[in-house]
Design a protein around this ligand. Sequence first.
Ligand SMILES: Nc1ncnc2c1ncn2[C@@H]1O[C@H](COP(=O)(O)OP(=O)(O)OP(=O)(O)O)[C@@H](O)[C@H]1O
Ligand SMILES: [Mg+2]
Length: 250
Amino acid sequence: MSKIIELKDVVKSFGGTRAVDGLSLSLEEGGVLGFLGTNGAGKTTTIKMILGLLSPDEGTVSVLGGNPADPSVRAGLGYLPEAAYYYPLLDAPEVLAFYGRMSGMDESTIAERTEDLLEDVGLAHDAWNRPLKTYSKGMLQRVGIAQALVHNPKLLVLDEPFTGLDPLARRRFRQLIMRYRDAGGSVIFSSHDLSEAELICDSVAILRRGRIVFSGARNDLAGDASVNLERLFLSKLAESGDEEAKEALK
Ligand SMILES: Nc1ncnc2c1ncn2[C@@H]1O[C@H](COP(=O)(O)OP(=O)(O)OP(=O)(O)O)[C@@H](O)[C@H]1O
Ligand SMILES: [Mg+2]
């Protein structure tokens, strides 16, 4: 199996802050990787390096076998940002058309994909032709997920995709991810929602202070019913010296 993402010994600092501190991470083709960690651990910074939006100070980043700053590599990526900003005067189909055209899709394919994706994410029909400035938080998040998928990317990069979604939307979203994965897509997503993450990831990486404190396949843990993701998360943080996690485990 080929590696879709490969980061080796990556370091990224902002002034005196070492946001990512010697991180190595990989994702095999067809995998769904849950990228977990406390606030400020370096998840978004790492994700931006995977997308080629930031370059590492040290180490190497390979995505889809190339450099993510290369437009031909970027064309294979779908991205849901942590705080998505879309043009407020566009409606949802216009947003999807905008991103679809940027990816070189033709108008009829865009129209077809738009219809399917807005159905899949369950955006209420009465909102389809309203400007985004009238959307609720979860409605915007649904548009963001559809936007990330519009050009049928090879790798989906999602920064906290569950934020703002109601339970029905979460269910839809899980199904969408599973279908995308079954069709050959690969996914990395960051999340603080460990119970949701547990339902969709094949492997997890836990980040603390810019370093990976655990990475492994979920299957390796499945034999032990007492190991849920929250417990694993707390125990790996505790092992790496996190006092609050140690307290929480008492
Ligand atoms: N542009 C920036 N300038 C200065 N510091 C930054 C910048 N971006 C990130 N940082 C710092 O890097 C560290 C990691 O931030 P990052 O956004 O990657 O964390 P995160 O794991 O995504 O957190 P969260 O769960 O809160 O989204 C933090 O200390 C943050 O303050
Ligand atoms: Mg973040």
